[in-house]
Design a protein around this ligand. Sequence first.
Ligand code: PMP
Ligand code: GLN
Length: 369
Amino acid sequence: MPELMPAARTARESIFSVMSRLAAQHGAVNLGQGFPADPPPAFLLEAARGAVGHFDQYSPPAGLPALREALGADLHVNPQDIVVTCGATEALAALALSLYGPGDEVLMLEPVYDVYLPQARLAGATPVTVPMTLDDGGWAVDVNAVQAAVTGRTRALLLNTPHNPTGKVLSAAEQRDLVALARQHDLWIISDEVYDELSFTDEPVGLRSLAPERTFTVGSAGKRLEATGWRVGWVACPAGLAPQVVGVRQLASFCAPTPLQVAGAQALPRARQEGFYAQLREKYRVRKEWMVSGLRALGVTVHEPQGTYFLTAQHPAWDALSLVREGVAVIPGEAFYDQHDCPPGLFRVAFCKSQEDLEEALARLSRLA
Ligand code: PMP
Ligand code: GLN
């Protein structure tokens, strides 16, 4: 038999799938994989029920025109510059294949979201990570270290704000400095902003407004509307570049699910008009505060997040594999590190779970503290 290619031979089950599997096996409360316990809003479900049976065939690879229009209005972007994808994951994969290749380096920050490294490698490029710093003030970006990592081969800066797993929101100054650096070295910017509506700070989210000529902004209806299984995402491209990205992404999935795009086109404007995102933020702000103080009361060092529905924490005696056996699944910090050392005892907690689950998890953890 011929051999499989290295990408397939070295592929591993994602840490999120691993921890969900272990959680089920051990009857653990699953604070690992980041999917919400609450159902999507009724107006999204109604829209989808109305679409299935009526819009069931292929749609254009760039996305359903009505959804591109809705996203254009929401993001203040020309609809022609938007490409709808099967989740943000496909958007990131299409950008990796579109923006870099063999001989190129891609800069990203560690801790790093799991797909960024293998996607860069699948494109033939070399991912280079710069560690975020961590002190009493929380997570920060050392822009000088990013600058020092730029070489003649660097093609792109892959950023994520609000950031998974840390919940860090890039400050306006960090954004300005990173954009200046990208301009100075003529780099593309990929800005993964899937948690754009989940920032608890006043810092602006949206690197595109600072450098529209070079920024690709990635978003996700799954994250915004609590429907991670629907697989509808998007990328807002610099003017004129969407057709090329469409040319690449059509080879993987051709189009995103048509009825769910119809539902998204109806639901995204309603979510904005009816204050859904403000409610979402408030819901998760309350759960965050509750979880942060609950963990701190157990002696855990918690790095309070500024956004997302994740937090990072450290405990010298806990590791994710022991915790899941004790009935609480989290994601080990090491899963987000590749080229630098993970801070000791780091783990990620997803608090997009029910209040009962959060309480049960804290009760189980209190027996170990
Ligand atoms: N980027 C980040 C930072 C994420 O956390 C996630 C999912 N949790 C994704 C991309 C993928 O989003 P989607 O489910 O829309 O593919
Ligand atoms: N992004 C989600 C998380 O960080 C998981 C995504 C996935 O399982 N593919 O937990």
